[in-house]
Write a protein that binds this ligand. Structure first.
Ligand code: 5GP
Ligand code: MN
Length: 337
């Protein structure tokens, strides 16, 4: 869906543009932002990426990463850029609250807001919306925005291709999830042709763990994983002491939830982590089990059908109890094949 197409004419001359994405950016958030960043720079726009937090080390190698402005490190500059922007891109989120500390700055800016996203139930705050909940990744939408909307596919160079490849790869679980279809593989083929070095990208993202991270994985599998066969459900509960013991950094728990889902017969998996300031949840499912509905109803969150997140201000123990106590309500869908 493309709405507000007439606003695209703004791009015919150089503009002050800020690209934003959600708090704690993941591979798709950062990949789509950098892909668009490298593209817009070709047209002499004054373009910056402003994010609300740090992000995982395994994304540090991305081309242009050092240009990304992190609000906690450069608050005054971030505020100024958002205030003075003519266009603010909103990538990989469709609820302003997902930008955390940036929310009032984006909402208060007189800039046009251009949303490119694939999450369900988009809020109505944008002047231009390019949205498709069936897209596997926002990076896929940046690709089609460039190729189908702006007709500038020939401008996709190695930096753009590398960034977009990373976004699609991470949001599809390396092209394994249900959102991976022929269109995704076709685009991936185009990105490789444009210079994305696919094997290197996999290596950078997936084979760059610290020793501590791997030892934490072993610890969590042994001590923090609980399986509830009656509901085909498994979850990890990670305390702040666990996190401190292994000196984990942002991104070190990424992917852990998938181990719970990899147990034969498990259809719903959760990762529940005490991040001190709040409890953060990640839910994953297979089939029609609605992670997003569960997160929305119980954990102040949302997301996609099979991958969602949320948070809570309760204690870890209470959140675990809440999670267990909602399972009977979904028993039929959890146990029907
Ligand atoms: P993750 O579990 O990897 O943090 O997030 C998986 C997906 O859930 C994200 O792509 C995003 O769509 C969604 N998500 C994660 N956390 C939140 C949240 O706090 N609120 C909402 N609305 N969605 C979230
Ligand atoms: Mn995404």
């Amino acid at each position: 869906m493309l709405k507000g197409e007439k606003n695209l004419q703004l791009l015919t001359e150089p503009r002050r543009i800020v690209i934003t994405t959600h708090h704690k950016p993941d591979g798709d958030a950062l990949g789509s932002s950098l892909g668009l960043y490298h593209f817009l720079k070709k047209y002499n726009h004054n373009v910056q990426i402003v994010v609300s937090s740090d992000f995982p080390d395994f994304l540090d190698w991305l081309p242009g990463r050092s240009d990304v402005i992190e609000y906690p490190k450069q608050a005054a500059l971030s505020s100024k850029l958002l205030e003075e922007a003519e266009i603010i891109f909103c990538l990989d989120y469709s609820a302003l609250s997902r930008t955390n500390i940036l929310e009032p700055l984006i909402a208060g800016s007189s800039a046009q807001k251009w949303m490119i996203d694939h999450h369900l139930d988009p809020e109505d705050f944008a002047d231009l919306i390019y949205w498709d909940s069936k897209a596997a990744a926002t990076a896929q939408l940046i690709y089609t925005f460039i190729s189908d909307v702006l007709h500038a596919e020939d401008q996709i160079d190695a930096d753009i291709a590398t960034s977009l490849y990373t976004g699609i790869m991470t949001d599809t679980g390396s092209f394994r999830f249900r959102n991976t279809n022929a269109a995704v593989h076709h685009i991936i083929g185009q990105l490789i042709e444009a210079g994305a070095r696919n094997w290197e990208i996999h290596e950078q993202v997936y084979n760059s763990s610290s020793e501590k991270r791997l030892k934490f994985l072993g610890y969590a599998l042994l001590n923090c994983l609980e399986v509830i066969p009656e509901y085909n459900t498994a979850f990890f509960a990670i305390s702040k002491e666990d996190l401190a013991q292994f000196e984990l950094t942002t991104g070190d728990t990424e992917g852990l939830v998938n181990y719970a889902l990899s147990i034969k017969g498990i259809r719903l998996a959760a990762l529940i982590i005490d991040r001190t300031e709040l409890i953060k949840l990640s839910l994953r499912s297979i089939g029609d089990i609605p992670c997003n509905e569960i997160c929305k109803r119980y954990f102040n969150g949302g997301g996609h059908l099979n991958a969602s997140g949320g948070s809570s201000n309760e204690s870890l123990t209470t959140v675990v109890e809440t999670f267990k106590s909602l399972l009977p309500e979904y028993k039929q869908i959890l146990t029907s094949i």
